[in-house]
Write a protein that binds this ligand. Structure first.
Ligand SMILES: C[C@H](O)[C@H](O)[C@H]1CNC2=NC(N)=NC(=O)C2=N1
Length: 93
């Protein structure tokens, strides 16, 4: 079930670096160079497979943009927050 806007805002306070954009949680993570960003994407891809929850990932020369929603629920769910908590374990904001 999609979380209410209030719940999303409250949970976001516990997740520095993440913002809500429409029905997505989004974080931009800066990197010194392309390959560091590429390695981060590889790590997230492994986590996504474990969680069976797969964020959109965009790699540029100096950042990775991570964006997640739960399509089935039509919004942000606990699955998205579980995923971003796992990402925080490998890269603090
Ligand atoms: C069938 C499978 O569980 C679904 O397609 C999953 C896979 N990964 C997913 N990842 C994300 N981010 N949102 C989803 O709604 C989603 N759905």
């Amino acid at each position: 079930m999609a979380l209410s806007a209030e719940t999303v805002e409250k949970r976001l306070k516990e997740n520095p670096g993440w913002v809500r954009s429409g029905d997505r949680l989004v974080r931009t993570v800066p990197f010194e160079n392309y390959m560091d960003g590429a390695r981060f994407i590889q790590t997230i891809a492994r986590i996504a497979e474990q969680e069976n929850h797969h964020p959109d990932l965009m790699l540029t020369v100096d950042r990775v943009i991570v964006s997640t929603t739960t399509h089935d629920a039509g919004g942000i769910t606990e699955k998205d927050f579980r995923l971003i908590a796992r990402i925080a374990e490998v890269h603090e904001a």
